[in-house]
Design a binder for this molecule. Structure first.
Ligand code: NCD
Length: 315
């Protein structure tokens, strides 16, 4: 197998189609390990993965921990409340101290955009960005591509011919940014839909078609991805009049879902705000692949840990 071109996983920006496909193809070979009665291979035995999560997370942190354990790496989890950042230590000091204990991989979630790239310059360990502010969330984008390929292009290489509508708070979502980059690189047609206050300047330049209403974006789409309103990242005056109005015009309820193609799939990175951006009946309905995204996430993170965590090197 060709060695991976990247030492760190900081963002999808700068990645080629081949880089993304290498991760997706390897993830497909790892999927089967999670279906075994004994879900463990010795690939990363003796390696150490530190999960440094300085922002809330359920799925991503657990997914990285399970992925590392299934490859036999030793994992250490540090969260906001258990780290010395609450005692005033800077992120740089935390990272330098962790580096002194010689981890092989540091998985970092942080509220500041660029935090992972900054830490990657300061440590010897490989750094994986598990979400940095409103900048990027590359591992989510890769698991989204893996899920779309599985359901919409089984057996194919890229996502050519697939139309994906991403709806919700595009402006404050790191998932949207990484997804648009990855999906466009794989040849998908990407539409984004949001109230004007939730559309970032320059999103067209990334290759997305922009809509300020949900209906034209989801019509004829093969994939509809709903996003949570990123209240923790939005500042200034209200972005929409009230939640009821938002969900009426931009939520995926039964009225909007009726406009979808029969075989469209519905995605959401989680956490879901039921009744706001998506109705419970739609989130739990037959077209939803939301929980499969979580399953694909483990395989994709196993692939990434393997690629940057020394899976290639003989011990
Ligand atoms: C996303 C995140 O943290 O950016 N969640 C996730 O990683 N599954 C999306 C969100 O918080 O809305």
């Amino acid at each position: 197998m060709t060695p991976f071109r990247h030492r760190h996983v900081l963002g999808i920006a700068g990645w080629t189609r081949e880089d993304i496909l290498q991760v997706l193809d390897l993830a497909e070979t790892f999927r089967e390990i999670s279906e075994r009665p004994i879900k463990k291979v010795p690939t990363l035995r003796g390696r150490t993965v530190v999960n440094l999560f300085l922002e809330p997370s359920t799925r991503t942190r657990t997914s990285f921990e399970i992925a590392a354990k299934r490859l036999s790496a030793d994992t250490i989890n540090i969260s906001d409340s258990t780290s010395s950042t609450v005692k005033g230590e800077t992120l740089l000091d935390t990272a330098r101290n962790l580096q002194a204990m010689r981890p092989d991989v540091i998985v970092l979630r942080h509220s500041a955009s660029g935090a992972s790239a900054f830490i990657a310059q300061q440590v010897d360990a490989a750094v994986i960005n598990a979400g940095d502010g409103l900048h990027e969330h590359p591992t989510q984008a890769l698991l989204d591509c893996a899920t779309i390929r599985k359901h919409k292009r089984p057996g194919a290489t890229d996502l050519a011919g697939v139309t994906v509508a991403i709806c919700g708070d595009i402006a404050h979502s790191r998932v949207a940014r990484s997804d648009v980059l990855a999906l466009c690189t794989l040849g998908a047609k990407v539409r984004v839909a949001a109230p004007r206050t939730m559309l970032p300047v320059g999103i067209e330049a990334l290759g997305a078609e922009v809509h300020d209403r949900i209906e034209p974006a989801i019509a004829e789409a093969d994939v509809v991805m709903m996003l949570r309103i990123q209240k923790e990242r939005a500042s200034g005056p209200g972005l929409f009049p009230n939640t009821r109005e938002y969900s009426r015009y931009f939520g995926l309820g039964s009225r909007a879902a009726a406009l979808l193609k029969e075989d469209a799939i519905i995605m959401h990175p989680g956490p879901i705000n039921r009744g706001v951006e998506i109705d419970p009946a739609v989130a739990d309905g037959p077209r939803s692949v939301i929980l499969d995204q979580v399953t694909q996430g483990v395989a994709v993170r196993m692939a990434l840990l393997y690629l940057v965590g020394g899976g290639f090197q003989e011990l």
